[in-house]
Design a protein around this ligand. Sequence first.
Ligand code: ATP
Ligand code: MG
Length: 598
Amino acid sequence: MRVSRLMLVTLRDVPADAEIASQQLLIRGGYIRRVGSGIYAYLPLMWRVLQRVMRIVREEMNQIGALETLLPQLQPAELWEKSGRWQGYTAGEGIMFHLEDRQERSLGLGPTHEEVITELASDLLKSYRQLPVTLYQIQSKFRDEIRPRFGLMRSREFIMKDAYSFHGDEGDLSNMYAQMERAYTQVFQRCGLTAVGVDADSGAIGGAASQEFMVTADAGEDLILISPDGDYAANQEKAVSIAPPALPLPSGEPKVIATPGQLTIDALCSAHALDPSQVVKVLLLLAKLESGDEQPVLVCLRGDQELNEVKLVNALTQQLDSPVLDLKPINAEQLKSQGLQPFPFGSIGPDLSDQHLAGAHSWRKKFYKLADTTAAELDRFVCGANTNDEHRWGCNWSDLGSIAAIDLRNARAGDRCVHRPEQSLEERRGIEVGHIFQLGRKYSQSMGAQITTNEGKQEHLWMGCYGIGISRLAQAAVEQRHDDAGMIWPLSIAPFQVIVVVANIQDEVQMALGEEIYNELRATGIDALLDDRGERAGVKFKDADLIGIPWRVVVGRAAAEGNVELVQRSKRDANVLSRAEAISTLLEAIPTELRVQL
Ligand code: ATP
Ligand code: MG
């Protein structure tokens, strides 16, 4: 390909609305253009990168026996009603784009495909003899993200590889899950990314294994916690740890202390020389359930710990027997609109009476109470007295009534590891590029997908699902590998492997040598680009750095002696070589299996 024919438009300035380096570089380098909020055009350079990523993904999926398929993006609401997810995905903060057709039938644009595939499986799979089966597809997904941002990282239309596997028993599912884990590791490695597998939240279904693959980069939206020995890595949403021990409260008789205006843990602790670990703080939240109920929730935490909302939502979903659609702190405004008297915010204790909820218009009239284990384990502590400006010092749980204790806190960097308490967790930021998940029988049960077993019984299928964010992965590669001058593509997914830059196209010797090298490289299967534009050499070098092609051959004045300059983008060191030397260096650097022209 010749750069003059590439419709290459590069920008010198950083686009105003691009927040992170990879997004800025992809726009500046002419890889992507924003069409609308969270909607991007993949320009020819980007499409080549995506095609290379997809090729690697396909090879690894085919290798483990997965079958490629293509499912519809337009999905009837009935399927989602059958699985019970229509409401959650379309109402409130639901992310499914949905519409009505001319016959007033509701449809959704696929954010994911569990419903469609399970319906097909229940139709097509009848006997254990057909199992296991794994299907995958690569296509655009649609999600009306609450905060689309960072270009392709969180967009509203994006490319995903999703796969679904079907099994007769749990053991067979675990087997496929392990194969997928290996295939994913291969995919990310072949794409030139440093990715780590981390334990991930598997939602409220519980029990089932789930792992995310994170590309480590400061711009990552996820916080991951890793043990120094590498044996433990988890998304903070899911991570567990041993909390630092609480400082014991000095001995003394229980008493009520005046705490005027001390509404935060910090204010309370500094006024009374307390350590936050000696305090039990209480959070009040309102859980909106799929059943339509609104449940006030009271959570007790040790003063030095933070609530992990994902853990709380999972616990509530399980214990209240209905998915939690929304969870927000209760504020004075809401109390008013429920017709309730103000609560003693800032001085609330674990034993806050249900009397406070009597007369609520739509809320349930009893608090659902939970305590984090670290709070429940305190012998004596300070907590609110349920009267404004007062706390109680020296409380214990037998005075307050016990509350069910579970792990509800965020694990943090510095906490000791559960598997080896002598090690402390470290934190990194991560970009989630893949997710594998043992779904179990959740969907096969709700959608009625059954097979006849070896013994002639009817049983629900076991399922796994496995995603890779293709477009997010491509941008993550840039986030992980770039410098001040531009992108540094890994050889395996670069849009072109070599760019031949003719410094002065008016010079016939230079132009002829450039063309010859370009043709010779292409004849060996190397995907080469020829910069044949009538721009100044400096402009062409800058563009070559920006678009990040791994190797650059500069054909300049030395062409007269048959010499060229060879530059590796990642090192930016120039070597003057004869044409033959340059080509043999490239042939050595670019293995035959990567010499696939698009
Ligand atoms: P996130 O937590 O980032 O919102 P998710 O867990 O909802 O992602 P999955 O349903 O697991 O995403 O989808 C599989 C993969 O698709 C993710 O691992 C990610 O790489 C990619 N992905 C998800 N949402 C987006 C998006 N809005 N834009 C680009 N890629 C996405
Ligand atoms: Mg995920």
